[in-house]
Design a protein around this ligand. Structure first.
Ligand code: F6R
Length: 605
């Protein structure tokens, strides 16, 4: 979480930093700040809230005119660093906003310094004063203590004292034309363009300015100075090749939609089609089919929405290929000494490829002997770096914090994998069932505005429950997560048969319950749960591909989706659930693209 940027070049730095920060806002938006070096002094401007608030503050400062030195720096400085924060240590406030300044240094940090308490204690004993509650501020103090006059060496000495995860950018009065950066378990790239040198947490921040991008690996440092970039690891200076990526096409655009979430839902058919296309090519030209032939066990590690796609994959793989699948929340897997049997294929699913828990779980599975497959939506990421093989989903960039099209794309990729495993095991595998999914999802979307009418009931609810069996249970989990994260309503996704074992006690007159029924063999069973809800006064919204159930008296409202191969149905049934969350969030006056307390890329534990 948190996004960091750095710039030095020929243009005023403040607008470049602000533009980069805006494109990193998906990483956190609790506060934002920039630090500038100008005429032998360091200046910081910080603001609670989103980058737009910081931008307004800087505009006001600039209007103050050249009489104010900070206004002058904001207008003229050619070198600076910036940060957009997702709060870990210390509340969102201007004091806790980065950059942190101490002595001759200003720093921005993404990650968590795990030994900060001991380090801070030793600084306090030296009589140093802290102005924030963050773990990060200690880095600025340590830089001042280790100051040897050389910016890179000072950072190297300081980084050696830090435990935890960090991507750091530093500017210093010692080197008015340089930015030093380093990385350990938090993403960091540097770039070179016609108008300067850049550092950032992620590629979109540099998409319209850098011509070349160089990713840093853990333990590496870079010194951006004048017009050159030098890279270092523990052996000394190293060579680095730029990524072979097209950088210009990746700029965000709402294309007439009011929110990215809604726009991204409209892109689901293309995301599914492009994922299937990419994955087919990846399979055709690789050794991966041989790995599948040998695979006897599957372990899927992921977080949040990606974890739900893992659950959908479990139902599909076990049914089609008859291979046992264990799906684990990555933050649990990494600390539970997991058992990895011979011929295990571990699959790490992550939209961003940067989720700290997923990375650690994937690394562990690999160390324990599993073959590691990464399923990500990023052409380059920390996860793709450590994976033995990578399947890139074709969702395109996703800006809304709540995952939508990337989930459907993950499902498409994982269903393709399930069929490929079935084929490798000599079982029936009808790939044509996948080819219909883009058109069927288009059909669901053509009706989607109907969901809007249900939003007022949900928006007024105390709590909401989602139920389903088999693959429908996976849709229930994801529908519930979407609703809670953007509408802030307490909600639970439950296996329909499990409701009566406790959760039914929470259903009272008027409680909205969403039931999902797309699998014939489970339909009557799920209807039993619907009847139990109805008998207690619950109001049932049914999402179904089986029209006959929509007519049942226990169902108050329904939304029909087209039929598809039943195992794959979450790829369609989740669309009305995403829409329900979206319209409920709007009804409650929330910004669905930037839910409170959350960030899109969770690069800390
Ligand atoms: C929910 C959501 C999160 C992510 C989770 C994992 O809408 O987006 O639950 O799915 O943080 O992120 P990735 O897939 O980037 O590893």
């Amino acid at each position: 979480m948190c996004g960091i940027v750095g710039y030095l070049g020929t243009k005023p730095a403040a607008p470049v930093l602000l533009q980069g920060l805006k494109r990193l806002e998906y990483r956190g938006y609790d506060s934002a700040g920039i630090a500038l070096l100008h005429r032998g002094a360091l200046y910081a401007v910080k603001q609670k809230g989103k980058v737009g608030e910081l931008e307004r503050k800087i505009e006001e400062i600039e209007k103050g005119g050249a009489t104010k030195r900070v206004g002058c720096a904001a207008a003229e400085s050619r070198i600076g660093i910036g940060h957009t924060r997702w709060a870990t240590h210390g509340a969102p406030s201007p004091q806790n906003a980065h950059p942190h300044l101490f002595g001759k240094f200003a720093i921005v940090h993404n990650g968590i310094i795990e030994n900060f308490a001991a380090l801070k204690e030793s600084c306090l004993l030296r009589g140093e004063k802290f102005s924030s509650e963050t773990d990060s501020e200690v880095i600025a103090h340590l830089l001042a203590q280790n100051d040897c006059g050389d910016l890179l060496q000072t950072l190297q000495k300081t980084a050696a004292l830090l435990e935890g995860s960090f991507a750091i950018a530093v500017i210093s009065l010692n080197a008015p034309d340089a930015i030093a950066v380093c990385r350990n378990k938090s993403p960091l790239i540097v770039g070179r363009g016609k108008e300067g040198l850049y550092a950032a947490s992620d590629i979109p921040a540099l998409a319209s300015s850098a011509d070349e991008i160089f990713p840093l690996s853990d333990g590496e440092f870079a010194l951006l100075q004048g017009e050159t970039i030098k890279f270092f690891d523990k052996t000394g200076e190293i060579d680095k090749k730029p990524l072979a990526l097209s950088l210009r096409a990746d700029l965000p655009n709402l294309c007439g939609f009011s929110h990215y979430m809604r726009k991204e839902m409209s892109e689901i058919p293309a995301a599914i089609a492009s994922s299937l296309q990419k994955i087919e090519v990846d399979f055709r030209f690789s050794h991966f089919c041989e790995v599948l032939c040998q695979t006897e066990y599957l372990q899927i590690v992921a977080c949040g929405t990606a974890y739900h796609s893992g659950i959908a994959a479990k139902y599909a793989v076990e049914a089609l290929a008859r291979i046992p699948v264990e799906v684990r929340v990555a933050s649990e897997y990494r600390y539970c000494d997991p058992i990895v049997k011979k011929n295990t294929l571990a699959i790490a699913v992550s939209q961003s490829g940067e989720t700290a828990d997923t990375l650690a779980a994937a690394q562990l599975a690999k160390e324990k002997g599993a073959y590691l497959l990464a399923v990500t939506n990023a052409p380059y990421s920390s996860l793709t770096e450590i994976a033995d093989f990578h399947l890139e989903t074709g969702a395109g960039r996703e800006i809304g914090v709540a995952a939508t099209k990337s989930f459907n794309a993950q499902l498409a990729a994982l269903y393709f994998l399930a069929l490929s495993l079935a084929k490798a095991k000599g079982k029936a595998a009808d790939f044509s069932a996948l080819q219909t999914l883009p058109a069927l999802s288009e059909e669901v979307l053509s009706d989607i505005e109907k969901i809007k009418q249900f939003a007022p009931v949900f928006a007024a609810a105390k709590s909401v429950y989602f139920i389903g069996r088999g693959a429908d249970y996976c849709a229930a989990l994801e529908g519930s997560l979407k609703l809670k994260e953007i509408s802030y309503l307490p909600s639970e996704g439950y296996p329909a048969g499990e409701l009566k074992h406790g959760t039914l006690a929470l259903v009272e007159k008027g409680t909205p319950v969403v039931a999902i029924i797309t699998q014939k063999k489970f339909a009557e069973k799920t209807m039993n749960a619907v009847c139990e809800v109805y008998a207690r006064g619950g109001r049932v919204l049914l999402i179904t591909s089986l029209a006959e159930y929509a007519a049942r008296k226990e169902v108050e409202q329904s939304f029909l989706i087209p039929r598809c191969e039943e195992l794959f149905s979450p790829i369609l049934s989740v669309i009305p659930l995403q829409a329900l969350a979206y319209y409920t969030a709007l009804e409650r006056g929330n910004d669905p693209d930037k839910p409170r307390n959350l960030a899109k890329s969770v690069t800390v534990e």
